[in-house]
Design a protein around this ligand. Structure first.
Ligand code: PGA
Length: 243
């Protein structure tokens, strides 16, 4: 594991943006898996800046989102496709036919999971998966208890996850109960994983994930077994890692 500890969120965002840009410079046809959430917003800003400066080109890249809520329309402001349009897609030269996200209103959610997993496979697999970590240890929407062998699947969102989103959706009852997410197996097959963690509220779970036992109670702990893991954490999130 490569561990990069930055002074603060700004530096974390720069470093993460540069690592993604490097991956694209090294392989312009790279297949990326991309996260949503608070943590990657600064990374996307950094990437947009690098793009505007002509330093990174997305035209040949493929991007898969890690996950999407079920049962809300794609133009719902809290959908992950709305998030991605706002923070990345509308600002860089990703080709429309190379940007993928699970459907939020599929006729048959199980079939949509199979389609998505198959699309990833047909693209040659993921070169770089960028992940955040939930305070409960989830990666994408692989909540505690998810079996390691799970491919892209319909996930039941945990109570903690839904409570965290209650404000964004106005009230808890409006937060979707299900999502489609890349599975642990999908993520572990990525050739390289970049895990981002910022803020003191992530310190405890990051320490458990990286130095505790590998257990389905902490889904991110499986990343200890990934052969090419880079962790970028700011000092606040990395506090529990020392000693
Ligand atoms: P956050 O979410 O970046 O909003 O903290 C991370 C996650 O839940 O994966």
């Amino acid at each position: 594991m490569n561990l990069l500890i930055t002074a603060d969120y700004r530096e974390l965002s720069q470093a993460a943006g540069q690592l993604v840009a490097q991956a694209l410079l090294h392989d312009p046809d790279a297949v990326l898996a991309l996260p949503t959430g608070e943590t990657p917003k600064g990374m996307y800003e950094a990437l947009i800046r690098l793009y505007q400066e002509g330093l990174v080109d997305f035209s040949r890249a493929t991007a898969f989102n890690l996950d999407e809520y079920l049962d809300i329309p794609p133009d719902h402001p809290q959908s992950f496709s709305a998030y991605m349009r706002r923070y990345l897609w509308d600002h860089v030269n990703l080709a429309k036919d190379k940007v993928h996200i699970p459907a939020s209103l599929p006729e048959d959610p199980e079939a949509e999971c199979i389609r998505y997993e198959e699309l990833i496979r047909k693209s040659g697999g993921i070169n770089l998966a960028v992940l955040g970590i939930g305070e409960n240890g989830h990666i994408a929407f692989n909540e505690p208890g998810t079996l390691w062998e799970t491919p892209t699947h319909v996930a039941v969102l945990s109570q903690e996850t839904r409570e965290r989103e209650a404000q964004a959706f106005g009230r808890l009852e409006h937060v979707p109960t299900h999502a489609i997410t890349m599975g642990i197996k999908t993520i572990m097959r990525a050739r390289r994983v970049l895990l981002l963690a910022s803020g003191e509220e992530k310190a405890g779970i990051l320490a458990r994930a990286l130095s505790g036992p590998i257990t389905i109670d902490v889904p991110a702990s499986i990343l200890q077994l990934h052969p090419n893991l880079t962790v970028v954490a700011d000092r606040a999130a990395a506090r529990g890692l020392a000693g």
